[in-house]
Design a protein around this ligand. Structure first.
Ligand code: G
Ligand code: G
Ligand code: MN
Ligand code: NA
Length: 254
């Protein structure tokens, strides 16, 4: 209960911020996008990870106003970078289960797009595989509406859930993000290497873009490059960083 009050006050006091992790094209080495990652910086202690407060925010319903804040802030950031003349990059935003299944997310996204002037074709919404499979029929409907607005959709943490090929085909998605648990031991564990290869092949056979998460070493990167993975994120290139750091990276590249 104390935590719930603290989260509510955090919104009012503006204690949330977004960090961004670069998404890098494996072929060219260029930053083609960023994933927005929520951070909470209370006045009286260190940064709190979303892993610690998203579950409670979900339970209490606070995820709705917090999620709106995240969407709005990321959309405004995209507009600000565009107005600053920086090269366009795709911004990805994570949606939680309750945000995606428990409210009219398509209508909220439409409202925020209109309000911020964000270009939907440069926005990706990430939904985890397990959330999609919780209610595939409702998910397909919602994704259809989002896709109609021109927003792209990615399946996050892919490989950890149980998507059937049939449902994958039905979802109007653009990308699969390979969960970092498979990338971690890629170069030591033959099973993980096989899984990663299979996901890359599956994605490409369905004309989907495939992104490896949690790439930490140059050996992992070399494997992914050799096996045709399209993009990657991970400490090997950059941790999630403040928006100013992203701006500096984009300026250097342009
Ligand atoms: O940065 P990392 O520690 O940043 O994130 C931990 C977890 O929190 C990840 O599973 C990530 O997807 C999730 N997460 C980060 N930002 C957001 C957000 O804005 N909304 C939701 N729903 N989850 C987020
Ligand atoms: O669940 P999702 O994939 O949205 O969460 C992204 C999470 O992965 C965030 O917590 C982010 O900080 C973390 N992350 C990003 N790159 C790396 C990495 O190279 N190694 C590890 N261990 N975590 C990473
Ligand atoms: Mn994600
Ligand atoms: Na993920």
């Amino acid at each position: 209960l104390r935590m719930e009050g603290a989260l509510q006050r955090a919104l009012q006091r503006g204690e949330f911020l977004l960090h961004y992790q670069p998404v890098v094209d494996i072929g060219s080495g260029r930053v083609t996008g960023v994933e927005a990652l929520l951070r909470w910086q209370p006045q009286d202690r260190g940064m709190v990870s979303p892993a610690e407060f998203i579950p409670l925010a979900e339970e209490t319903g606070l995820i709705v106003p917090i999620g709106d804040w995240v969407l709005q802030t990321a959309m405004r950031q995209q507009v600000a970078w565009r107005q600053a003349g920086l090269p366009l990059v795709r911004i990805s935003v994570n949606l939680s289960a309750r945000q995606f299944l428990g409210q009219d997310v398509a209508q909220r996204v439409a409202g925020l797009l209109a309000q911020t002037g964000c270009d939907p074709s440069w926005l990706t919404l990430e939904i985890t595989e397990s959330v999609l499979m919780e209610n595939p029929v409702a998910a397909t409907e919602t994704m259809g509406r989002l896709a109609e607005m021109g927003v792209q959709l990615a399946i996050d943490d892919f490989g950890t859930g149980y998507s059937s090929l049939a449902s994958l085909k039905r979802f109007p998605i653009h990308s699969l993000k390979i969960d970092r648990s498979f990338v971690m031991d890629l170069t030591q564990d033959a099973d993980d290497a096989a899984i990663v290869n299979a996901v890359i092949a599956l994605a490409h056979s369905m004309k989907l873009n495939v992104i490896a998460e949690g790439v930490e070493t140059t050996e992992q990167l070399a494997f992914l490059q050799e096996h045709g993975c399209d993009q990657m994120q991970g400490y090997c290139f950059s941790r999630p960083v403040a928006p100013e750091r992203i701006e500096a990276m984009l300026r250097r590249e342009s």
